[in-house]
Design a protein around this ligand. Structure first.
Ligand code: SF4
Ligand code: SF4
Length: 426
């Protein structure tokens, strides 16, 4: 099955996950990286370097007010500090580094540069020094750091061994190719949060293998091979039995949800290795074999796609994330941050329409919506600039699955409309 079949699947009107090769291609360090000094909507780093500075790979180049750190993912010279478009269409500050042959920082130096005593680092010290923010301490999109004091202890941990987006395979590929490290990471996890129940969500295809590989370390839960069963908010609720409102963080309900990649990043951090690499699946709607690569954080989309011989032509859309709920990119200079797991190139001939067609009242969007939103009404309110009215239909409950837009015969940008209504602060 190719990518187009996955997205069109007319029989069920629900996309089926793509099967990718179970291997990771390691890319050489790019000649230049652009490191965004931002974690989407949460933590802004202040640069600790200036233009002209020579930096080593793994060197801290930014620090947040909460004492989290971000690192150079290659050795080289800082050639620019500028603002740029990040993957989710925020304009953020960034450090641009051009490659040199200098050796990476290693050993105790990694901790000393963060003013941490290498003789007695705590777990939190190690995570922060490695640029990993633990899910136990990170507030969600509507929570502040102060809210944390009222949160219950972590009772459930759900580890994502499959991606929600049908064209992204990176979590599954990591699960299959780094299973030994994941086993060790699960042991460490049980030491950190001994009372939590750990569930590992895997693809149906991996169920038997995973049950053997992770027996005694996690309760393996296979997710059926269709998109609806992989919508994260839905299956997390099913697996834990905890009803966290869709616009609140899991953490506020005593639940932590991490991907296998974040689990491995935490493990690496506790072993003293900073988080400077990212694993990402690249797909295209035409003539391209899906591939999962590992590359330096800060690699530009242009360099990443060129490394795979994927040519972006006029009219093509490059989507960070997947086609169901990813974000079309404004420029190929956008760098990979720690938060993207997939890139999808939608070729011009596969883009159905650029216009906002009229709603035909078919009701498919509302029937498809897993959280039962009246999306056709929200869409119409947004269309006619009645954003206050749109908010009475609770667009904030949307879980970003993209199904409404996928099934709409008028090809209306419903997810964007729902987001517009949800974000309106009139
Ligand atoms: S409104 Fe659309 S994107 Fe949001 S949950 Fe419903 S179907 Fe999914
Ligand atoms: S699926 Fe599209 S056309 Fe049908 S009711 Fe929803 S918005 Fe209207």
């Amino acid at each position: 099955m190719n990518v187009l079949d996955v997205l069109k699947s007319p029989a069920s009107r629900v996309p089926t996950p793509l099967e990718c090769p179970l291997e990771i291609v390691d890319l050489p360090a790019p000649d230049k990286v652009l490191i965004p000094l931002e974690y989407p909507g949460q933590i802004l780093f202040w640069p600790l370097v200036q233009v002209g500075d020579e930096v080593a790979c793994n060197q801290v180049i930014g620090r947040s007010e909460r004492n989290n750190f971000i690192h150079a993912s290659i050795s080289g010279k800082v050639v620019e500090l500028k603002t740029m478009w990040a993957a989710r269409s925020f304009h953020v500050p960034a450090v641009v580094i051009e490659k040199s042959d200098a050796p990476p920082l290693a050993g105790d130096e990694l901790l000393r540069q963060c003013n941490i005593d290498p003789q007695s680092p705590t777990r939190v010290d190690l995570l922060r020094a490695a640029g990993v923010i633990s899910p136990w301490t990170t507030p969600g999109r509507d929570d502040s750091e102060e809210d944390m004091a009222d949160y219950p202890d972590i009772q459930h941990i759900v580890i994502k061994g499959v991606n929600q987006e049908p064209t992204i395979c990176s979590f599954r590929v990591l699960l299959r190719t780094r299973s030994k490290e994941i086993q060790q990471a699960l042991v460490r996890l049980s030491e950190i949060v001994p009372k939590a129940r750990v569930k590992l969500a895997v693809s149906q295809t991996d169920a038997d293998w995973a049950a053997d590989a992770f027996a005694d370390l996690a309760h393996v839960v296979p997710l059926p091979n269709d998109f609806r069963n992989r919508i994260e908010r839905q299956y997390v609720r099913r697996l834990t039995g905890v009803k966290v409102p869709n616009n609140a963080s899991y953490r506020s309900g005593g639940v932590a949800v991490i991907s296998v990649e974040q689990l491995l990043d935490m493990y690496d951090a506790l072993e003293g290795r900073p988080c400077i690499l990212k694993t990402v699946t690249i797909t295209s709607s035409r003539d391209f074999k899906p591939v999962t690569v590992r590359t330096a954080v800060g690699t530009s989309l242009g360099d990443l796609l060129a490394s795979q011989g994927l040519v972006v032509e006029d009219g093509d859309r490059v989507i960070m994330g997947g086609p169901m709920s990813g974000t079309a990119q404004f420029t190929l200079d956008t760098p990979l941050s720690k938060f993207q797991a997939g890139i999808h190139v939608l070729k011009a001939q596969d883009i159905i329409a650029d216009v906002n067609f009229i709603c035909v009242n078919c009701g498919r969007c509302t029937r498809a919506c897993p959280v039962n939103l009246q999306i056709h009404l929200i869409g119409r309110c947004v269309e006619f600039d009645q954003l206050t009215q749109a908010q009475t239909y609770h667009p904030e409950a949307c879980i970003d699955c993209g199904l409404c837009a996928y099934v709409c015969p008028a090809h209306r940008p419903l997810l964007q409309m729902v987001k517009m209504a949800s974000n309106y602060r009139g």
